[in-house]
Design a protein around this ligand. Structure first.
Ligand code: NAP
Length: 280
């Protein structure tokens, strides 16, 4: 039976600490601001944006919300970003993805300078992470590292397997674990002997977007299992990439879905905005 890594509880604790830090910062240096840009009417994106704005309010970060119509031109979106880049009220800029298909996402994101890139997606911030230098780290993997730290799990010398190699989760996750002195293997859809590779992991981080893909036979007894996945099972119920019910019998620590990595992601966005303001 494993210990549950409670992301909801940890996120609440970190937000409480952050609220105090933000209040101190504001008393000395003024407001901290996060600009959130949404283009179009994607319902899931609207929910994410609402949650981010609410989370900002809760910790005392000022949010600037921009909702542009789906048919906005490249030029219109670019000029809004340029305005936010120039504003000294805005410490962080977040463009909610995906953008409508007719827009050049890469060109738009490239306008955000590394210092205001609170998602940690730009090449300079990713490059700094690869070189283990001061940077802004992508929110989800950053949140996973905070969870390991909170539960006293030191990756040093451990065999870590990251399942998934996306730019926003898998790759930065692998770099963070290498920087924390783990021996890291990154797996993806072309990996051979996936089951055996995963079963060799002391720490297994899964981010593939396949409901309940990781079964108990893919997990070493006593492993730490972190489930980043946010999927729907056959009944439409929210679940992760890990077969939680069976894997929890074998793991030493495990994150649930929901209530695991998810709540940590927005928390780390707030944290990154605070860091960006502190480095102004
Ligand atoms: P993504 O960009 O779709 O990448 C998925 C990765 O998984 C790819 O590297 C892919 O391999 C690999 N993969 C897919 N099927 C596989 C299989 N059968 N065997 C081995 N590898 C496989 O996904 P993502 O954006 O990283 O997100 C992954 C999951 O995390 C999703 O469920 C997403 O909703 C969730 N997520 C959660 C949070 C949160 O806050 N909790 C944040 C972000 C994402 P290839 O590269 O070879 O195609």
């Amino acid at each position: 039976m494993s210990i549950l890594i409670d992301g909801k509880m940890l996120a609440a604790k970190l937000r409480g600490e952050l609220k105090e830090k933000v209040a101190l910062f504001k008393a000395e240096k003024g407001e901290i601001g996060l600009a959130v840009v949404l283009v179009g009417e994607d319902p899931a994106s609207q929910v994410y944006v609402r949650n981010k704005i609410k989370a900002c309010e809760d910790v005392g970060i000022r949010s600037f919300s921009y909702h542009l119509p789906a048919e906005s031109t490249q030029k219109e979106v670019e000029s809004l970003i340029a305005e936010l880049v120039a504003s000294d009220k805005v410490d962080g800029i977040l463009v909610q993805l995906p953008l409508p298909k007719h827009l050049d996402e890469r060109k738009i994101l490239k306008l955000i300078p590394p210092a205001k890139d609170v998602d940690g997606f730009c090449a300079e911030n990713v490059g700094n992470l690869a070189m283990n230098r001061e940077t802004i780290v992508a929110c989800t993997p950053f949140g996973v590292m905070k969870m390991l730290e909170e539960y006293g799990i030191d990756p040093k010398g451990k065999s870590a397997v990251v399942l998934g190699r996306s730019n926003i989760v898998g790759k930065p996750m692998a770099m963070l674990l290498v920087n924390a002195d783990a021996t890291v293997t990154v797996c993806h859809s072309k990996t051979e002997n996936l089951k055996e590779v995963c079963a060799g992991a002391d720490i297994l981080v899964v981010a593939i977007g396949r409901p309940k893909f990781v079964t108990a036979d893919m997990v070493k007894k006593g492993a730490v299992v972190i489930d980043v996945g946010m999927d729907r099972d056959e009944n439409g119920k929210l679940c992760g990439d890990v077969d939680f019910e069976n894997v929890k019998e074998k793991a030493s620590f495990i994150t649930p879905v929901p209530g695991g990595v998810g709540p940590m992601t927005i928390t780390m966005l707030l944290y990154n905005t605070y860091i960006a303001a502190s480095r102004r």
